[in-house]
Design a protein. Structure first.
Lengths: 148, 79
């Protein structure tokens, strides 16, 4: 299993979990991100993810590899959906196996937090009232090109 | 004058109506290129942007070279 990948089809957590199995490991932690029916006070009907996959694959792989080194876990991977998703669909899966649970929890948390901040994926929400919007991009005051 | 390729995603793709385009530009840096395109397309306000040149993140002062492939990255929202 690659450290990081995008999938245009439904995620298959059972398959990914098998790839994390390792007899040196005493624990496995996973995180699943699901499509929920509300965000920021709006009722969400469905959403779309669009990714800049070439850079996203490189950045996602850097994140997962950094987690393995930093927390000393045995295996880790992350898969993110692209395309159209319905309520309840799985948007992202993160899995980590390690000798002990503490580093597995920490590495899993690190991966999902960094992926959300750094991997070029955009989410368009479609609302019950007929509106739609790109999350984090709309209703901003201007362009900010400063680094950091 | 350099000929470069720009690829648009998400809000920028919808706003320009383009997935990609080839552009001849006098811009010396990616920041100047963004200003040229903003003048042409009147981008909606998007908050904090990043930029990638040839599929790696770069500073806004990165120089433009012939044949570069450039992507402007509005705030991301994975997960």
């Amino acid at each position: 299993m690659k450290p990081f990948a995008f999938s245009g089809d439904a995620l298959q957590p059972e398959l990914y979990r098998q790839a994390m199995q390792d007899v040196t490991c005493g624990g496995f932690v996973s995180f699943e991100g699901w499509v929920r029916n509300h965000n920021d006070g709006m009722e969400v009907r469905r959403l779309e993810y669009e990714a800049y996959e070439r850079l996203g694959n490189a950045e996602g792989t850097r994140i997962v590899n950094a987690a393995i080194t930093r927390f000393g876990v045995s295996r880790a991977a992350c898969i993110h959906r692209t395309g159209a998703l319905e309520l309840g669909d799985m948007a992202v899966w993160v899995g980590v196996s390690a000798a002990h649970r503490d580093e597995a929890f920490a590495a899993c948390r690190y991966i999902i937090d960094e992926v959300k901040q750094r991997v070029p994926i955009w989410k368009k929400e479609h609302y019950l009232n007929g509106d739609s919007g790109w999350v984090n991009c709309e209703r901003c005051a201007g362009h900010d090109l400063k680094a950091g | 004058m350099h000929e470069i390729q720009i690829e648009y995603f998400a809000l920028l793709r919808e706003h320009t109506g383009l997935k990609r385009e080839r552009v001849e530009t006098q811009a010396a840096t990616v920041e100047e290129l963004f200003a040229e395109l903003d003048a042409r397309y009147q981008f909606p306000p998007m908050g904090k942007l990043k930029v990638a040149v040839n599929d790696e993140f770069h500073a806004w002062q990165a120089p433009i070279k012939q044949g570069d492939s450039i992507v402007f990255i509005p705030p991301v929202a994975g997960g």
